[in-house]
Design a protein around this ligand. Structure first.
Ligand code: 5GP
Length: 114
């Protein structure tokens, strides 16, 4: 199967503004930001979306969430707050079939989302 753009970014084959990376996850600025801070955090493992995870992915997902919180803090969102979004499947608008959490902040975020 061909690599997704996020797999290529994680493998260093496509440029991105990376804000954090380790052996399990990579976080980088979204190319089309929807808020003053809009960062994507992805597992290096090519999991399609949240609907595709298995129990063996639990350590990766837990690590991803812990690192997302650290990234949000590092980017100055600690006091004002931020939102984490995972789009899974067509109704949610999933465009890239590689699991990714959107870290959004820096402005008031409406609820419910569109
Ligand atoms: P989705 O709709 O799948 O949840 O979100 C995909 C996100 O990936 C979108 O916010 C889109 O702007 C972002 N994106 C798509 N291609 C690229 C890319 O090549 N580089 C970066 N940094 N972001 C991308």
């Amino acid at each position: 199967m061909s690599k997704t753009v996020f797999q290529k970014i994680a493998d260093g084959e496509l440029p991105a503004r990376i804000v954090y990376q380790d052996e399990l996850v990579v976080a980088f600025h979204d190319i089309n930001p929807q808020a003053p801070v809009h960062v994507l955090i992805v597992p290096r493992k090519p999991i399609r979306n949240l609907a595709s995870v298995t129990p063996e992915d639990a350590p990766i997902l837990g690590h991803l969430m812990v690192k997302a919180a650290e990234v949000a803090q590092q980017l100055g969102l600690g006091a004002t707050g931020w939102r984490m979004v995972f789009n899974s499947g067509p109704d949610a608008g999933e465009a890239v079939p590689h699991l990714h959490g959107h870290i959004l902040g820096g402005r008031h975020l409406g609820w419910p989302p569109g």
